[in-house]
Design a protein around this ligand. Structure first.
Ligand SMILES: *[C@@H]1O[C@H](CO)[C@@H](O)[C@H](O)[C@H]1NC(C)=O
Ligand SMILES: *[C@@H]1O[C@H](CO)[C@@H](O)[C@H](O)[C@H]1NC(C)=O
Ligand SMILES: *[C@@H]1O[C@H](CO)[C@@H](O)[C@H](O)[C@H]1NC(C)=O
Ligand SMILES: *[C@@H]1O[C@H](CO)[C@@H](O)[C@H](O)[C@H]1NC(C)=O
Length: 506
């Protein structure tokens, strides 16, 4: 195997088909599925008003730069109001259209009435409709125009929006609880640490805040994806592990790429084998994130326990079956569960340039490797030099791999958080490949890790269903109790109005 191929194979997309030696590692988050909901999403599960708030482009300088309109969703139906210090539930918008996240964060909507809480979903700058410079094209034009896309600016947007919103509603004394999943969960935890005077606590779900530098193993993501498959079936794991070589062998034959393109029902011919391998590894990674115990249409329409289904397909072909036929049968569960996909469009794998690519090339440098022993993906060691080269090539920007830990911490996290932090719930499911970068141990009385063995990516934030397993219902109840505790303590500090009157709306 050539080094180039290996690079590409894992999580790298070429800058263009002809320059596949330049590579770009990409931690896979779900935001790229968060498409603008207009038109496609006519049925909304939750009621909210859509508003815009004017934000400065740069919170950290006094240059007279332009401003932009930040979108936020708000619902006050159940809010008990300022007199009763009704809570504000504030979801930290992540890397995509905020309406998509609101739609997929049922937990917040479900519990808000019980708390008499207002619900606010602010959008992250540079995503959805919250575009600086008037349009996505202008905002994404160059490193200069993208330079205001950072986690710090996003948190400052949240902080100024929150402050202004509270003032407008004379709700200055109302306690704010943060919610967030994935990158949004990282933002929620960081915001609690950076702005403790504005928010009383944070539920940070599936947030890999330790996936930086060498704090945790850089093998964890792909090892966990692999063990999710292995746990369903060892032969399935072995088949996938062997398939990369099989693909390369076919691709090396005369007309091999045409053969592979037709075998995998692709809409157009492959330009190289890496396109196919990337498309497959993408499916496996996302399957691990959404390995939920009930059917979902979160990313794609998928059955309950989708990895089990994929492995059953892979294993169900008669012995002696071609390995690539097995792989196609398996991956079709992910890309064609509805059975109405005429051919596979490789660009379905949403690798288009998005804001996350920029973030990954600047602050969010999350090294990823694939281990020899535990991974079903080809062995690969993270190569910072090529990574940096890719970023310079694509964006003309040099990453700062140590900035996040300098700004928010990460090394010896427990010691520093024990000393100065409080009221954060870090929830993680161990099936989720991102859990390797999460906080999995209790830090203190009030910085709590909730770990579920069978949970996938921020499953606790999803709406409840009739098929929820008991451990999930229990986990959510623990979260509700902890949040209740934060609010009660806050009310007590402020005079104990609710508790004394016995009017806490629980
Ligand atoms: C900032 O620039 C705008 C136009 O770009 C101008 O209207 C405004 O007066 C400027 N403000 C200051 C304080 O210079
Ligand atoms: C608060 O009210 C002012 C004046 O109506 C408005 O311009 C601003 O957008 C409001 N703030 C928020 C966060 O909606
Ligand atoms: C999707 O599934 C349907 C039904 O099984 C099948 O006819 C079709 O060929 C599949 N599409 C692809 C691209 O494999
Ligand atoms: C952390 O403490 C909570 C109780 O506050 C408990 O429910 C949870 O299981 C503990 N987490 C771990 C990882 O031990």
């Amino acid at each position: 195997m050539t080094v180039t191929w290996l690079h590409f194979l894992l999580f790298f997309s070429a800058i263009s088909a002809s320059s596949s030696s330049i590579i770009l590692p990409k931690p896979r988050f779900l935001g790229q599925f968060a498409h603008n909901s207009e038109g496609t999403q006519s049925v909304k599960s939750y009621r909210y008003e859509i508003r815009y708030y004017t934000q400065p482009l740069d919170h950290f300088s006094f240059r007279n730069l332009s401003s932009f309109e930040q979108r936020y969703l708000i619902n006050k139906d159940h809010w008990t109001g300022p007199e009763q210090m009704g809570p504000i539930f504030f979801y930290c918008g992540n890397e995509g259209d905020i309406e998509w996240f609101a739609e997929n964060t049922g937990f917040v909507w479900e519990i808000a009435p019980r708390f008499g809480a207002m619900v606010v979903f602010p959008e992250h700058r540079y995503y959805g409709k919250s575009m600086p410079f008037g349009s996505k094209d202008a905002a994404y034009k160059s490193a200069d125009s993208l330079s205001y896309l950072t986690a710090e600016q996003a948190l400052a947007d949240f902080a100024t929006l929150l402050t202004d919103l509270k003032q407008n509603m004379t709700a200055e004394d109302c306690p704010v609880v943060l919610f967030g999943g994935s990158y949004g969960g990282m933002l929620a935890a960081w915001m609690r640490l950076k702005y403790p005077h504005l928010v009383i606590g944070a539920l940070s779900s599936s947030a890999p805040i330790l996936q930086f530098e060498n704090i945790v193993s850089d093998h964890s993501f792909y090892d966990i994806v692999s063990s999710d498959f292995k746990r369903e079936s060892v032969s399935c794991f072995e088949t996938i592990k062997k398939s990369w070589d099989a693909i390369e062998v076919e691709a090396g034959k005369v007309n091999g790429l045409e053969y592979l393109s037709s075998k995998f029902h692709l809409c157009r011919n492959l330009r190289n084998a890496e396109e196919l391998s990337d498309w497959l590894s993408s499916a496996y990674s996302y399957l691990a994130m959404v390995d939920y115990p009930y059917a979902t249409a979160f990313l794609m329409p998928l059955p309950a326990n989708p990895i089990k289904e994929v492995c059953q397909k892979i294993d169900s072909l008669p012995s002696g079956a071609n390995i690539l036929d097995r792989i196609l049968a398996g991956v079709s569960i992910y890309y064609n569960y509805t059975g109405n996909v005429p051919c596979f469009d490789l660009s379905d794998d949403p690798h288009g340039m998005g804001g996350w690519d920029w973030q990954a090339c600047t602050e969010m440098v999350m090294p990823m490797s694939s281990s020899r022993d535990h991974s079903m993906f080809p062995t690969y060691d993270f190569d910072y030099i090529s990574f940096e080269k890719g970023c310079l090539q694509q964006f003309g920007v040099k990453p700062r791999p140590k900035w996040i830990t300098t700004e928010f911490g990460g090394h010896d996290f427990k010691t520093s958080l024990r000393a100065f932090g409080s009221n954060i719930i870090f929830s993680n499911g161990l099936l989720d490949p991102w859990s390797g970068g999460g906080v999995l141990e209790n830090v203190s009385e009030t910085i709590v890790a909730l770990v579920t063995e069978l949970g996938a990516h921020h499953i606790d934030l999803r709406a409840s269903t009739d098929e929820d397993p008991e451990w999930l219902t229990e986990q959510r109840q623990v979260e509700i109790n902890l949040i209740k505790g934060w609010i009660s303590n806050y009310h007590l500090e402020k005079g104990g109005y609710f508790d004394l009157q016995g009017r806490m709306p629980f």
